[in-house]
Write a protein that binds this ligand. Structure first.
Ligand code: UD1
Length: 362
């Protein structure tokens, strides 16, 4: 049986790595499953894609659909057309999608329309915020998924509430955390660590790329000023996502302690997070990694699809208003941030559990 493993954008790559590793290990010892790795090409820069394949030991994709940039609809359409053509040329027995990016939804639709069953890894999580494209992607994908692999009991309950039968829900843990745990000893400082004389616990990491935070230059500038002041003179490292870079060109007066750097490779980025005083972000995945590394995390959003990072982990929802940051940073500097615990089954064995379940299902 052949499984298509779909990856398209940066946050997908760390999620597929452990599944591919587990499949290859099983294959070497006579396991029945084979895979075809399909890269949609949604992210194509070396810094957004190739570097992650190299560092995480992910094999070259068997197929690259090379869809590139575009609006949400353009990307969705291009991925559907090209993936459908691939399936018509050579059908697979299962389409495995991960996460919540455009590629996840587009491939799930194309596969299911050809009656190729769909497995969704990181299924069932919901922010309730329909203004985020990722929430639409999650809802559409889960509405046509056959096998749901979940990261939390909250996700299981969301699926039960949507009348998904218990036999289709597989609570397996978090493949993104598999990747983090297996690479923890390989994390390495970026080049600028020594040049900037950075010291553990004496700097912040910021990542921002959501439209609500970065698409409007004036609001973005206010947010950066609030971060700069709240950091009390400590350096703020800001690896800049391509979409953020476009708005940043319009923010002329960048505060002195904010240091813009290129998007970082996996090992360097997580080294920076691990040793940071805190992370300030609008990402979802980073809140999970910060939770596992027990690094204080402030999320500049009004909702999260990962509430366990707040109830169990080190994350807190701050919102998008710049004046909400100072009180949170004051608490951090006063040593009043929670240390948190690791959510159940985020133990590094999720890839193996998924492959074991797939062998029984296919
Ligand atoms: C996508 C995902 C988001 C994820 C983020 C992480 C969706 C709906 N969103 O958002 O969940 O958190 O990736 O990176 O799928 N660009 C480049 N080089 C690249 C890729 C993109 O320059 O390799 C540019 C594009 O031209 C575009 C912008 O970055 O202008 C946005 O890229 P896109 O993939 O459309 O969405 P993201 O905002 O990155």
């Amino acid at each position: 049986k052949i499984i298509d493993i779909i990856a398209g954008a940066r946050p997908n790559f760390m999620k597929i790595a452990p599944i591919i590793k587990a499949l290859r290990l099983r294959e070497a010892s006579g396991g029945p499953l084979r895979y075809r790795l399909v890269h949609t090409g949604q992210h194509y820069d070396a810094r957004m894609s190739g570097d992650f394949f190299a560092q995480l030991g992910i094999p070259e994709p068997d197929v690259n659909l090379e869809v590139g940039s575009g609006t949400q609809a353009e990307q969705t359409a291009a991925i559907m057309v090209r993936y459908e053509a691939l399936l018509l040329e050579k059908r697979s027995d299962l389409c495995l999608v991960v996460g919540d990016v455009t590629s996840t939804m587009a491939c799930a639709i194309a596969a299911q329309k050809l009656c190729v069953p769909v497995a969704h890894v990181e299924a069932g999580i919901r922010s309730g915020d329909w203004s985020m494209p990722e929430e639409i992607n999650r809802m559409v994908t889960d509405s046509i998924t056959n096998h749901f692999f979940t990261t939390s009991e909250i996700a299981n309950n969301n699926l039960r509430n949507a009348s998904v039968g218990e036999e289709r829900i597989h609570f397996v843990g978090n493949t993104m955390i598999d990747t983090l745990l297996i690479n923890m000893d390989r994390l390495q400082p970026p080049d600028f660590w020594n040049e900037m004389a950075l010291q553990a616990g004496e700097y912040f990491v910021v990542t921002l790329h959501r439209p609500a935070n970065v698409d409007e230059a004036q609001g973005f500038a206010k947010l950066l000023t609030a971060i700069s002041k709240g950091a009390r003179g400590l350096p703020v490292l800001f690896p800049v996502h391509p979409r953020t870079a476009k708005t940043l060109r319009e923010v002329l007066d960048l505060p002195d302690n904010i240091h813009l750097v290129e998007p970082q490779p996996y090992l360097e980025f997580n080294y920076l997070v691990k040793h940071a005083k805190a992370v300030i972000t609008d990402s979802g995945g980073i809140t999970e990694e910060a939770t596992v590394m027990q690094v204080p995390c402030m999320t500049l959003r009004n909702s999260t699809e990962r509430p366990e990072t707040i109830t169990l982990g080190t994350n807190e929802l701050i919102g998008t208003a710049p004046d909400k940051l100072k009180p949170a940073l004051d608490r951090l500097f006063a040593g009043q941030w929670k240390s948190g615990t690791i959510p159940p089954l985020w133990d590094g064995k999720t890839g193996e559990r998924i492959v074991a379940a797939l062998e029984l299902l296919l």
